[in-house]
Design a protein around this ligand. Structure first.
Ligand code: DNO
Length: 439
């Protein structure tokens, strides 16, 4: 158009995708400031915003006018992982429009492992979440300090801090804390925006790229997070800056030692969990095998059995992540659900597509898009009368989503589609049960 295109920054990261999406239309509907020759205002976008505000005001003005039918409550509670205001391009208002979601899965993402989450900090997020009528029952994650995993004498101080976090969170009705016990790295992928073949992208794991060079791995992830001004939980730049030191500190930590340290940690927490009625729900290791010579514990049915009997307490639970476990195609997730349904506090539903050479890609939630067995897994939860929390896990990045406007794995569209798929399966299972009862 022979002028510089500017976008008026409203100060809300949540509007960015909206503006990007509406840009092609804006060119048609702009007002031009002839002095500076800059198009500084997007009339079309403003029209839409005013229209939407008008709709909301009209509904609010007549509280009695229910435009939509109330959704049927389910025993299982559907969650959505949200990274917080200013830290997630997806807004609570966006999430509110997805049928079925009742819980916001949240965290204080600015906190380093080992720090206490203070009441006023939690309160701020609680006010935001509650304003939209969501609950905040699940935290993902309160990350565990390396000294606890390594088993250093300083661990007791960090365990005390963890207990204080539990107490503070209980004041806000939190019921489940998801955490992991993976040494140094959280989930590990070699490509965050891998083309899937249909124009979308997904998280991808290329097996031969994860050998000895842990620095290359960390550089890739940190390069990405720096470029796009975001941090990933578990990949905090402060910790990654000390990688060599961390690897040295973990050198004496064998797999057995790591089991012992996990037991010590959980046994210390259980009385506080009981007092506060909060379940600790360990996330599966992702991928479920040792990487860079670091031991990983929660990798298959056997290790899950060991974990649950090691601290046999109703407050010692699982975040059963279907995709993490099924990165190893020998893991039958539905069977694990059937065996331990009452100890699963939080379910992550993610689908995986395997390649013959051991690489894998994350896939859409529809059963046939991967090999994880999503329908069988949902059926196992349904048969077990699951009443815990569930969320769609990683989705693909769709449409205009890409690096810079989307957290890898945590876009808006594919997770929303995934929820509708899961609820579709669930509703049908409910209906079939009802019909069976009626005979
Ligand atoms: C990946 C997530 C994990 C999970 C942590 C829990 O996207 O499922 O990062 O939040 O492992 O501590």
């Amino acid at each position: 158009v022979g002028s510089e295109m500017c976008i008026r920054d409203s100060g809300s990261a949540g509007l960015t995708p909206f503006f990007l999406f509406s840009m092609p239309f804006c060119i048609k509907y702009t007002r031009k400031n002839s002095k500076s020759r800059r198009i500084d205002y997007c009339q079309f976008a403003t029209d839409i915003l005013e229209y939407k505000q008008g709709c909301a005001a009209a509904v609010a003005a007549d509280g009695k006018a229910k435009q939509h039918k109330e959704e049927t409550p389910m025993p299982m509670k559907m969650g959505w992982r949200w990274y917080g205001e200013g830290n997630d391009p997806i807004t609570l208002n966006d999430i509110k429009q997805i049928p079925g979601v009742t819980s916001i899965v949240w965290a204080l993402h600015n906190k380093m492992p080992g720090e206490i989450w203070e009441i006023d900090e939690i309160q701020k997020v609680a006010d935001q979440i509650h304003a939209y009528g969501f609950d905040m029952d699940v935290v993902e994650s309160v990350n565990v300090h390396d000294d606890i995993k390594i088993g250093l004498p300083t661990r007791d101080k960090y365990i005390e801090n963890y207990k204080q976090c539990i107490r503070n969170l209980s004041k806000f009705g939190v019921k489940v804390i998801c955490y992991n016990f993976m040494p140094i790295f959280d989930w590990t992928r070699t490509d965050l925006f891998h083309p899937v073949g249909d124009g979308s992208t997904a998280l991808f794991y290329q097996k031969d790229m994860i050998q000895d060079d842990y620095k290359a791995m960390a550089d890739y992830i940190l390069g990405f997070t720096e470029k796009y001004h975001m941090t990933f939980p578990g990949w905090e730049p402060e910790r990654m800056a000390k990688l060599d030191e961390l690897f040295k500190a973990y050198a004496p930590v064998t797999k057995e030692k790591l089991w012992e340290n996990l037991k010590y940690f959980l046994e210390a927490l259980m009385p506080t969990c009981r007092e506060c009625d909060i379940k600790m729900a360990i996330h599966m290791d992702d991928p479920p095998w040792d990487i860079f010579g670091l031991p990983r514990l929660l990798v298959d049915a056997e290790s899950i059995d060991r974990f649950l009997s090691m601290v046999d307490d109703e407050y010692n639970c699982l975040t059963l992540c279907s995709g993490s476990l099924n990165a190893n195609p020998n893991n039958n997730v539905a069977e694990i659900v059937r065996k331990h349904c009452d100890r699963i506090a939080f379910a992550h539903i993610r689908n995986i597509h395997h390649f013959p050479n051991g690489d894998f890609s994350e896939a859409a939630h529809r059963d046939c898009c991967g090999e994880t067995g999503i329908i069988e897994i949902l059926r196992a939860y349904h048969d077990g009368g699951y009443e815990g929390y569930i969320r769609p896990d990683h989705g693909r990045q769709l449409w205009e989503e890409g690096p810079g406007n989307c957290r890898p794995g945590y876009g808006k569209y594919d997770r929303a589609l995934g929820i509708q798929y899961m609820l579709g399966v669930w509703d049908l299972l409910d209906r079939l049960d009802e019909e069976k009862k009626k005979g």
